[in-house]
Design a protein around this ligand. Structure first.
Ligand SMILES: Nc1ncnc2c1ncn2[C@@H]1O[C@H](COP(=O)(O)OP(=O)(O)OP(=O)(O)O)[C@@H](O)[C@H]1O
Ligand SMILES: [Mg+2]
Length: 265
C-alpha cells in the first residue's frame, strides 16, 4: 500500500471508529468540515436545549443526527451556520462561526430548514431558487443554468413559474432543497429532508444525496434513509450526545434505540 492509500485508509478507519478530531487531524492533516467544542445553548426564554456538545465531522463525511422530538437536533444544526449562537465554539472549515466570518461560513454551509416555509419567501419558485446564485454574484445565464439544474435534481423542472407558497408541503420541501443545491455549497445540512415526501420523491432524494460529493449532515426520523446514506450516526437526546459511531452498529443496538425513543428498522 502506498503512503497516500495508507493515510486514506487510516483516516477512514479513524472516522469509522469515531475517533477524536485531533487524531483524525494527525492522520489526515485536513481541517474538519465542522467542529463543535463544548457547545451549550438556551433559548431566550431560558429553555436550556444543548449541553456540552462535542463533535467533529470530516470533509466528505455523511453523518446523521437522530433522536426523539425535542432532543435539540434542529437547534444544534442552526449553530452550523450561525443562525443560533451558544456558549462554546463551532468551527466550519477551521473558521469560527461568529462575527465577520459569517458571510464566508454561510457560503460554505447550505442549510435546508425543517419547515420549508422558513426557506421560501419569493413570489415564484424561480426567484426562490435563483436567490442564492444571484446573491453569489453569478451572471444571468449561469443563474438560469443553476436554477434549471437544481430543479431537475428534485424532479421539479416544470415548477419555475409557480407561486412558492401555493405549493403542497412536499413540493415546497423539494423546492427548499433546490434553493440550497443551486448554490452548490461544500457542506449540506438537511433538517428532515424526507419529511412529507412521497415514496418516489424520497427515492429521488436518496439517489441525489448519494451522488453528491459534499459533506452531508442530515437530521432525520427516517432511519431507513439514514441507513442507506450515512455511514456515521450521532444520537442526540435531551440536548446531549448519547452515541456517536457507525450507523449499522448503532441502529442494530435495540436497547440503545428504545432508550432514546427510537425503533429498529
Ligand atoms: N424559539 C424557541 N424558544 C424556546 N424553546 C424552543 C424554541 N425552539 C425550540 N425550542 C425548544 O427546544 C427544544 C429542542 O427543539 P428542536 O426543534 O431543536 O428539537 P428537534 O430534536 O429538532 O425535534 P424534532 O424531532 O421535533 O424536529 C424543544 O423542547 C423545543 O420546544
Ligand atoms: Mg427538528
Amino acid at each position: 500500500m502506498n503512503a497516500r492509500k495508507k493515510q486514506e485508509s487510516a483516516k477512514s478507519e479513524a472516522v469509522h471508529r469515531g475517533v477524536r478530531q485531533d487524531e483524525g487531524m494527525r492522520l489526515a492533516s485536513i481541517r474538519p468540515a465542522i467542529e463543535v467544542c463544548d457547545l451549550s445553548f438556551a433559548y431566550p426564554d431560558g429553555h436550556a436545549v444543548l449541553h456540552h456538545i462535542n463533535l467533529s465531522i470530516e470533509q466528505g463525511e455523511r453523518v446523521a443526527i437522530v433522536g426523539p422530538n425535542g432532543a435539540g437536533k434542529s437547534t444544534l444544526m442552526l449553530h452550523f451556520n450561525g443562525i443560533l449562537k451558544g456558549e462554546g465554539t463551532v468551527r466550519v472549515d477551521g473558521m469560527e462561526v461568529a462575527g465577520p466570518n459569517l458571510p464566508r461560513v454561510r457560503a460554505l454551509v447550505g442549510m435546508v430548514f425543517q419547515n420549508p416555509d422558513d426557506q421560501l419567501f419569493s413570489p415564484t419558485v424561480f426567484d426562490d431558487v435563483a436567490y442564492g446564485p444571484i446573491y453569489m454574484g453569478l451572471a444571468q445565464d449561469e443563474v438560469q443554468r443553476q436554477v434549471t439544474w437544481a430543479l431537475q435534481q428534485v424532479d421539479m423542472e416544470g415548477y419555475a413559474s409557480r407561486v412558492s407558497h401555493h405549493l403542497s408541503v412536499g413540493e415546497k420541501k423539494r423546492i427548499a432543497i433546490a434553493t440550497v443545491l443551486a448554490m452548490e455549497p461544500s457542506i449540506l445540512v438537511l433538517d428532515e429532508p424526507s419529511a412529507d415526501l412521497d415514496p418516489r420523491a424520497r427515492r429521488t432524494l436518496i439517489q441525489l444525496l448519494k451522488r453528491l460529493p459534499q459533506t452531508l449532515i442530515i437530521s432525520s426520523h427516517d432511519l431507513r434513509l439514514v441507513k442507506e446514506l450515512c455511514w456515521r450516526t450521532i444520537i442526540l437526546d435531551e440536548g446531549r450526545i448519547v452515541a456517536d459511531g457507525p450507523t449499522l452498529k448503532l441502529l442494530s443496538d435495540e436497547q440503545l434505540l428504545y432508550a432514546h425513543g427510537l425503533e429498529p428498522v
